[in-house]
Design a protein around this ligand. Sequence first.
Ligand SMILES: Nc1ncnc2c1ncn2[C@@H]1O[C@H](COP(=O)(O)OP(=O)(O)OP(=O)(O)O)[C@@H](O)[C@H]1O
Ligand SMILES: [Mg+2]
Length: 310
Amino acid sequence: MSVDTSGSSGPTALERGIPPLEVQGVTVRFGALAALADVSFTVAPGTVHAIIGPNGAGKSTLFNVMSGVYRATEGEIRFGENVLTNLRPHKIAKLRVARAFQNIALSSGQSVAENLMLGRHHLTHAGFLAAGLRLPRATREAELHGKRVREIAEFLELGDKLDIPVGVLSYGDQKRVEVARALCTEPDLLLLDEPVAGMNSEETRRMAAAVLEIRDALGISIVLVEHDMGMVMGIADRVTVLDFGRLIADGTPAEVQADPEVIRAYLGSGDEDEPANATDGPRRGSVQLDDAPRPTETSAGAPSTDEDRA
Ligand SMILES: Nc1ncnc2c1ncn2[C@@H]1O[C@H](COP(=O)(O)OP(=O)(O)OP(=O)(O)O)[C@@H](O)[C@H]1O
Ligand SMILES: [Mg+2]
């Protein structure tokens, strides 16, 4: 597999053998609270699939189940032949599932290259001793990994920042390093947790473009939890909407934007008998579905309260 930086399409998901991600009847209970209640949907191979919903809808809980941080009370998540539910995070990572965290999980004193190399650690075969003794096989392997790290860094416009400590980079660049680190694990499924939270409009536009390039160049599946409706509606192939732990809509961006229950969840009073109207204001989120800018336009991003990370 190579990263195509020319903008043209790379291998398709079918050619790469990327399987679907199937969420089947997943329920997660915390005491009396059902953070997720019987949620089922499928992420088609090679697509950008967004998960949206007002604050507390269960988005992060779903991500945490997908990546092995939380256990499902009921139901399962399958990635092809593998059942992800209730595997430990490192086992899920071995199944080529990578997560880029919302709260940047990088080693700030180390360079971009060193952080990206950490993403390739599990792909290293030469062993600690051989690498330490600089044996030819270990040297060859290190060169190959270094080449791949540079390719991925260039792909995410970080090629000229490889030797810079991550801690001194701009916030937007650090978020790009976080995505690059996840890509360095060579995933088949990339979980992006609010990748543009806290970014300015230009950084958001670049990240949106990068996500589409990743999908097109690598053919991998991308699941995106994001509050920025401009980003979501501009780049998602499909959108799943959660509200109070329930799946209330699953369709194309146009379909979910026009769905009355989705509009009610974001804008309505929560009273089923009362029609949603703009004067109600946002209920728990602070986003508007109808006038969301495209990612090429100004898209500052809705404030997020998501604090969790594995
Ligand atoms: N570890 C936990 N223990 C108890 N309750 C939890 C836990 N994690 C999440 N919850 C609860 O589950 C519900 C869903 O939370 P979750 O964080 O998944 O929502 P979210 O959609 O990610 O919201 P936001 O947009 O604010 O990030 C909330 O009511 C939350 O308080
Ligand atoms: Mg969250």
